[in-house]
Design a protein around this ligand. Structure first.
Ligand code: 6PG
Length: 248
């Protein structure tokens, strides 16, 4: 896959400053989209990196976000009960439940199906209901990146990464919980505005690989295969993830 979208890259001294930088941008974007469109769709990722961002948005920044005009979806989910601490939905909702968003604005990936494949089919229906075209075009997408260069639950070598005729797929992670449900690259590549939040030295290899792909023009790791047809990509990194020694 050729690289067609050059990302903007912002590097900060600390994870805290990185989160603040991204939060400011997200708040501004959400407000702009809501003024222009009346509603803003946000596709969230899970994992631990975005947790301080969620906390900041619902605490310090709560009054600056038009919560009643936001619809939240998930880029991926661990196929575990919501009572499980690994649940992306449960972790995010421990923050977003403090806002006045109505249940109809929250679109979790279902996990109460016999298999991840059936859950994926159900979520695909929900995305199709939401989207005007054949593929939903999310206004804002928040992605993380694994040390192996995965994003959402699109892992190197997993079949879900190559799915291009579905919106949602079952996937397998090399780490527990292995069974996942993830949106596919076509959904990510239809997005308007994609933001990667990546911090910590464990991610420097994946970021280095991502940057090499940018330079060579050939996508390699899953994160570099996120190439929105007519959207933007911004990377929000701290110095260790960017491969720079943390400055004092
Ligand atoms: C997930 C995420 C995944 C995450 C990366 C980074 O469900 O785990 O969607 O893509 O963004 O694995 O995870 P950390 O932020 O925990 O390092």
């Amino acid at each position: 896959m050729d690289i067609v979208v050059k990302p903007d890259i912002h590097v900060f001294k600390s994870p805290e400053e990185t989160v603040l930088g991204l939060a400011d941008r997200l708040i501004s974007k959400v407000n702009t989209v809501v003024v222009e469109e009346g509603v803003c769709s946000l596709l969230l990722s899970g994992g631990s990196t975005p947790v301080p961002l969620f906390k900041y948005l619902v605490e310090a920044a709560a009054d600056h976000i038009p919560w009643d005009s936001l619809h939240i979806f998930w880029a991926d989910e661990r196929f575990v009960p919501r009572s499980n601490s690994a649940s992306n939905f449960a972790n995010a909702m421990s923050y977003f439940s403090r806002t006045d968003m109505r249940r109809a604005q929250i679109h979790p990936i279902p996990v109460d199906y016999p298999s991840a494949e059936e859950a994926a089919k159900a979520y695909e229906q929900e995305l199709r209901l939401w989207s005007i075209g054949s593929v939903p075009r999310f206004d804002l997408v928040l992605l993380g990146m694994g040390a192996d260069g995965h994003t959402a639950s699109l892992f190197p070598g997993d079949s879900a990464l190559a799915v291009n005729d579905r919106l949602v797929s079952a996937a397998m992670s090399p780490d527990e919980p292995r069974s996942r449900v993830t949106v596919t690259l076509p959904v990510l590549n239809a997005a308007r505005d994609i933001h990667f939040l990546v911090t910590g030295s464990t991610k420097s290899g994946a970021i280095s690989e991502y940057r090499k792909a940018q330079e060579s023009g050939r996508a390699t790791n899953p994160a570099s295969k996120v190439q929105p047809e007519s959207g933007r990509i911004t990377l929000w990194l701290d110095e260790p993830a960017a491969g720079r020694p943390a400055s004092g």
